[in-house]
Design a protein around this ligand. Structure first.
Ligand code: NAP
Length: 494
């Protein structure tokens, strides 16, 4: 039963106060302080999270460090069984986790369920792929001037203690995408869940604990990033930081863990280029989906469309026709709502509204939407946007898409390459060769041809360049990032 399974992680009051996990016990913080988590749907309290002290962080780090070598020494097939069991438990509690996430972060039931199901599949895939990883041996005489006599045995070993920091928008998936590969490669993991989404994140940690991750190998510390973040990322016992979040936070923390591997997935400000020969109906549907799914709060969301004025008019006439059928803003718990619910908080919505208004003041036109009520922003389409306007100069994390007119497609390349972001870009053209040539000019992590930016399928490499990230994720790539190679050189007597 869910209540029993998750029993130890809160005090069961109304609203419950959740506990942090020191690797052995779930408990409240000695600080006595908590931070509230409120539902973006109606502002109701979902629960409270403890704000841990530096002393508690030290204790967690000590447990994680002490437990790691035995975990790494455990047979991979045993670690794999634990990880598969975690995936099974996630499936078992799919409905419970879905309902929790809908309330906690205002994601629609369909999108929340899809996150849960995808997470279980991802964890299984990680476990299978970890078993398929192989080391190698390298002979010395491959290199000029060397004879036989040396052989490098190259194996993969853990980093040690991985700090996993996840964002609010995928609190389960983007925690699991760090926890599973880190554990499979023999690391211990200190999880710092987002504050909004932290309750879902703690449930995930409980699942890994119940699946059989030994004491100390997984832990979870809570408290807002601005209060506990610095102490965590600077902690000397951390061997690696795996972070997903905004570019601003990524930039702020990147230099605080010097000489340690970083795996950072940061903000995206993803453009779409629509060529004159594009399938306009397809591009219109993909723009709607890409811009408005989960209220535009996805790192891979479409933020602006670069095309000529003539194509822009064709797109807009299709998009305006398709919007009522594809998008319906409302309460994410209602089956009638499609894609657009509240953004994560009223404060975030006010920020999005201000950015829209600022762009309009500078000459942009609202074709659709533009208004706010509490945490709800109407699905918004702007035209006449130029790259320096705040709506696209920075990532706008809400249901807003901007049209930027270009006179040539070289100009589109310049605009994309001048952006400080570089997660993904999409190109729509019926000529795939043109798409590939155009895509190869773009300084972004990945290019999609005839599809909106997206992360999945999860075994594809996923990365950002510039302020959008450091390192590569995707099943095998994440396993490699969560480990290092250790060559042992045998010098054979000749
Ligand atoms: P955020 O405000 O940057 O927070 C991300 C995480 O960092 C949260 O757990 C946050 O904790 C923590 N944090 C904040 N300040 C910190 C500090 N000084 N030290 C250590 N940790 C700190 O991002 P968000 O609003 O949750 O998430 C949305 C952002 O994530 C968007 O920019 C989106 O594009 C990006 N994102 C990127 C990807 C990708 O794959 N590239 C995927 C998803 C999301 P608190 O919640 O407690 O503040």
């Amino acid at each position: 039963m869910p209540a029993e399974f998750f029993d130890p992680i809160s005090d069961h009051k109304t609203p419950p106060t959740y506990f942090f996990f020191d690797g052995t016990s779930w408990k409240g913080s000695e600080s006595g302080k908590t931070v509230p988590v409120v539902s973006p749907i109606d502002g109701s309290p979902v629960g409270n999270l403890p704000v841990v002290t530096t002393n508690e962080i030290d204790q967690v780090m000590a447990s994680a460090t002490a437990a790691q070598p035995a975990w790494e020494a455990t047979a991979l097939n045993k670690r794999v069984s634990v990880i598969h069991l975690a995936a099974d438990w996630i499936r078992q509690y799919q409905e419970y986790l879905t309902n929790l996430m809908v309330r906690e972060i205002g994601k629609s039931a369909e999108e929340a369920k899809s996150e849960i199901v995808r997470t279980a599949d991802l964890i299984d895939y990680f476990a299978d792929e970890a078993e398929a990883l192989r080391g190698e041996t390298i002979d010395s005489d491959n290199f000029p001037g060397y004879e036989k006599g040396k052989i490098a045995i190259v194996e993969r070993v853990a980093h040690g203690v991985v700090l996993a920091i996840a964002p609010f928008n995928y609190p389960v998936n983007l925690s699991a995408s760090k926890i599973a590969p880190a554990l499979l490669m023999g690391n211990s993991v200190v999880v710092k869940p987002p504050t909004m989404g932290g309750i879902s994140g703690l449930h995930l940690v409980r699942i890994f604990e119940k699946a059989g991750v030994p004491p100390g190998v997984i832990t979870a510390v809570t408290g807002t990033g601005d209060v506990i973040g610095d102490y965590l990322v600077r902690h000397p016992k951390i061997s690696m930081v795996a972070f997903t979040g905004s570019s601003d936070t990524g930039l702020a923390i990147a230099g605080k863990s010097p000489m340690k591997p970083l795996l950072f997935e940061c903000g995206g400000n993803n453009p779409v280029v629509v060529m004159p020969d594009a399938d306009i109906a397809l591009a219109s549907r993909e723009i709607i989906k890409g811009a408005f799914a989960y209220s535009g709060q996805r790192c891979t969301g479409i933020k602006y469309v670069l095309t000529t004025p003539a194509i822009r008019e064709q797109l807009l006439s299709q998009i305006v026709k398709l919007m009522p059928e594809m998008v319906k803003a409302g309460d994410p718990r209602s089956p009638d709502t499609k894609m657009v619910g509240p953004v994560i908080s009223e404060q975030a919505a006010v920020h999005v509204e201000e950015v829209i208004q600022e762009s309009v003041k500078n000459g942009a036109t609202v074709v659709m939407g533009g208004k706010r009520e509490k945490a709800m922003i109407e699905p918004t389409i702007l035209t006449g946007v130029i790259p320096t306007m705040p709506v696209i100069a920075k990532e706008t994390f809400g249901p807003v898409v901007s049209f930027v007119d270009v006179q040539s497609f070289d100009e589109a390349v310049t605009i994309i390459n001048q952006s400080s972001y570089g997660l993904q870009a999409s190109v729509f053209t019926k000529d795939e060769g043109t798409g590939i040539v155009f895509g190869s000019k773009l300084h972004v992590g990945s290019v999609q041809i005839n599809g909106s930016p997206q992360r999945g399928p999860d075994h594809f490499p996923f990365l950002g360049v510039k302020h959008s990230g450091v390192g590569v994720q995707g099943v095998r790539y994440s396993l490699e990032a969560m480990s290092r190679i250790r060559p042992i050189v045998l010098n054979k007597p000749q």
